[in-house]
Design a protein around this ligand. Structure first.
Ligand SMILES: *Cc1c(COP(=O)(O)O)cnc(C)c1O
Length: 491
């Protein structure tokens, strides 16, 4: 038997239905388990030592291994009390869409087929969501890291004329771009990967609201021009990863226009706030960007992975990426029709059918409901911030713009507050009760809570604060005990 289809389709169907039912039940009851639990060494060892199999195993056995060794030790971002980093919660509907997409096994690099039209549709919808013109181009990618990279490459290849950068590279050009100090690390990495070097990304100081300081930006641009550099790009962030702040997008758009710069917005999670009528005004100016990077897998709850890049002006993205290769030649009919293809808009040739789960999310929930999820997350964040501000032992470390709350425990009993807060976050994570993460704000370690999951409720925020309080009591009891022991040793 040469092919890989199952010998017994009926048996496979039974197994498939079982997997489907069990995973749906697992999602349904996800809040009853721990957010996260450490993987035991014995489980890790299985993966570390498993030899390359030469003979096949039963699907049922593999499924058994999945349910016992993988499923219990996943990241935990589906859980309503996963509050670390910025992770989407996913949906059962999205899982089903992904299953259908895998069933079709479509390759969306190009050619003439319905899945490509689905992606064109969701890109057109995305353009409308963010106030881009209907003929804006775009492509679904792994995430905002790739989306930012594609946008920055598009900018380098289009903004600077007089030299074909695609053929000759940047040569001796001294291109420089600008982003706030709070810009995501992937922007600097994009500069690195584009061959510009990370130093070519100037980091602009922030104002008191953790937004890019536009006056400082103007001074940097003037200084760079005076020093013989070529400013070509400014990157605004809509929803910074540290504090959720939003750069002054209209002011940046004005400045980019005046200075002849490409204006790119990293809206990885924050751009989705445009779907929430109460928050959309905060993003005014986003619609003026030359390009936008954002994720469907964060606030839009599409299962990983699903990022997107949009480029306002038609032709720009293709000018940066399209190749003419004999084996990829385009025709007027047949499978090789339907140009331009998605492989003309980024570095990937073979690409999966991410568009199906995005379609099912946008059409299945509708943008109103997705906007309500965003509104709800932000309301929870404001509620948490209020409780932090009224608590004697907590200190709010940054203003809350969207869904990110940075705060810390303060107590006169402990000298090293960074240590205490770092330990508390680890205590919370290891307990499985709730999982915030950390960052540094103004030089101090902050407990960082990012409310992204559509399943999170007010009760979950209460559990966070209660658990934090309990672990603090435990830590303080230990600290007091140690002090006693030391004092007695000295006496
Ligand atoms: C998450 C995030 C990124 C990176 O996106 P990925 O989807 O993880 O690649 C970039 N910028 C910001 C502001 C983010 O929050």
């Amino acid at each position: 038997m040469a092919g890989l289809d199952p010998e017994d389709w009926e048996e496979l169907k039974t197994q498939g239905h079982q997997m489907l039912d069990e995973m749906l039940e697992n999602i349904r009851h996800v809040s009853q388990g721990p957010v996260w639990q450490p993987m035991p060494a014995s489980v890790r060892d299985v993966f570390k030592t498993a030899p390359l199999p030469d003979a096949g195993q039963e699907l049922g056995d593999l499924y058994q291994q999945f349910t016992t060794m993988v499923q219990p030790y996943a990241v935990g971002n589906r859980h309503p009390r996963f509050m670390g980093w910025v992770h989407g919660g996913g949906t059962a509907q999205g899982m089903l869409a992904d299953m259908l997409a895998a069933g079709l096994n479509a390759n969306l690099g190009g050619r003439d087929h319905a899945p490509v039209e689905v992606e064109r549709m969701v890109v057109r919808w995305a353009a409308e969501m963010f106030g881009f013109p209907p003929d804006a181009t775009g492509v679904l990618v792994t995430g905002s890291s790739m989306a930012n990279f594609i946008a920055i490459l598009t900018a380098t290849r289009n903004v600077v004329d007089g030299q074909d950068m695609r053929l000759h590279g940047i040569g001796g050009r001294r291109l420089v771009g600008y982003a706030g100090e709070s810009a995501h690390g992937c922007v600097a990495r994009a500069f690195d990967m584009a061959g510009l070097g990370e130093h070519a990304l100037r980091r602009v100081p922030l104002n008191a609201a953790y937004q890019m300081d536009t006056l400082a930006l103007e001074r940097l641009i003037a200084q760079d021009r005076a020093d013989g550099f070529e400013p070509f790009l400014v990157v605004g962030t809509a929803g910074t990863v540290d504090t959720g702040s939003i750069d002054p997008l209209n002011a940046l758009a004005d400045l980019a226009e005046r200075e002849g710069l490409w204006f790119h917005v990293d809206g990885a999670f924050g751009a989705l706030a445009r779907l929430a009528p109460d928050l959309a005004p905060l993003l005014a100016g986003l619609e003026r960007a030359n390009s936008l990077a954002f994720d469907f897998h964060k606030w839009a709850q599409v299962p990983y992975d699903a990022g997107c890049v949009l480029v306002r002006e038609p032709g720009r993205q293709a000018a940066a990426f399209a190749q003419s290769l004999a084996y990829l030649s385009r025709e007027d009919r047949g499978l090789a029709a339907g140009a331009p293809w998605f492989c003309d808009l980024g570095p990937d040739l073979s690409r999966g059918f991410r568009a199906l789960k995005v379609w099912f999310a946008l059409a299945g929930f509708g943008t109103d409901r997705l906007g309500q999820v965003v509104t709800h997350s932000c309301a929870l964040a404001r509620g948490l911030a209020e409780q932090v501000q009224t608590s004697a032992h907590l200190q709010l470390l940054a203003p809350v713009t969207l869904n990110v709350v940075c705060f810390r425990v303060v107590t006169p009993e402990v000298e090293d507050m960074d240590w205490l807060n770092g330990e508390l976050v680890k205590d919370l994570q290891v307990s499985g009760i709730v999982a915030p993460s950390t960052t540094r704000i103004g030089g101090v370690l902050a407990i960082r809570v990012a409310l992204v999951n559509h399943r999170t409720t007010e009760a979950d925020v209460t559990i966070l604060l209660d658990a934090l309080h309990s672990f603090m009591e435990v830590r303080l009891a230990q600290v007091r005990m140690l002090k006693l022991v030391e004092e007695q040793a000295q006496a």
